[in-house]
Design a protein around this ligand. Sequence first.
Ligand SMILES: N[C@@H](CCC(=O)N[C@@H](CS)C(=O)NCC(=O)O)C(=O)O
Length: 280
Amino acid sequence: MADASSYTPPKVWQWDMESGGKWASTNRPIAGATHEKELPVGEHPHQLYSLATPNGVKVTVLLEELLALGKSDAEYDAWLIKIGDGDQFGGGFVAINPNSKIPALLDMSTSPPTRVFESGAILLYLAEKFDALVPTEPSARAECLSWLFWQMGSAPYLGGGFGHFYHYAPYPMEYPIDRFAMEVKRQLDVLDKNLSNRRYLCGDDYNIADIATYAWYGNLVLNNQYKAAEFLDVTSYTNVVRWATEIQDRPAVQRGRRVNKNSGPEELRVPNRHSASDLD
Ligand SMILES: N[C@@H](CCC(=O)N[C@@H](CS)C(=O)NCC(=O)O)C(=O)O
């Protein structure tokens, strides 16, 4: 590998606002609000503040699945948070998620309202609240939570690691692309081996672990994410492709993918969602 490094780290790292890359203008090394901005609140029990990224789509897919199961109390308002514009640093958003990242949920059906942040925590909160898409039998539940937490721990290597350096970085860098491509291919192989004798991640039943993992690894192998399908030779993970295709065909998944979508084909975008008819 070519030695492209001419960089020597300084004794103390300094914030260089000109460091480049797609997210350079929003990334900051400090937490907390940058400005005061109230969040809108609609009439439904659940107020979701999000964007149709993989982490955001996990939650809208689950909410649409719950509604499809007839859980009408799962109704929600979904408000667009433009992370490129820094909406996640507004005071109202930070009060719900001190980590300033989408998705963030406010459950208005409790008194006082319950805030939930981190997509995995939101999935578990809603699945438990509606007693759906998370097993209750202890062994099955352990398997579901194992895959859910696997996804939460693994996806940053795919998104913040591989996706960032392959797709968003200001120029291609061999070392980080090699490192993260290696890890993402290993993760795809983990999934592929697990799915070689299971229909879904935990066995015969679809649950929140599938929803979370589809949003990242499903979109990757179906070439919806980073346009890296050829580079990563995703078609060799035949079981992952079969599983992702089956999940993507679900009507609730098709609906959830469009909520808080603010880019791509105009007819698929539903930046804010306040009723089922917004998607019909
Ligand atoms: N672990 C978090 C990650 C959330 C996350 O990284 N969200 C991204 C979009 S996918 C975001 O809001 N980025 C804005 C920023 O970093 O300022 C979760 O799963 O909820």
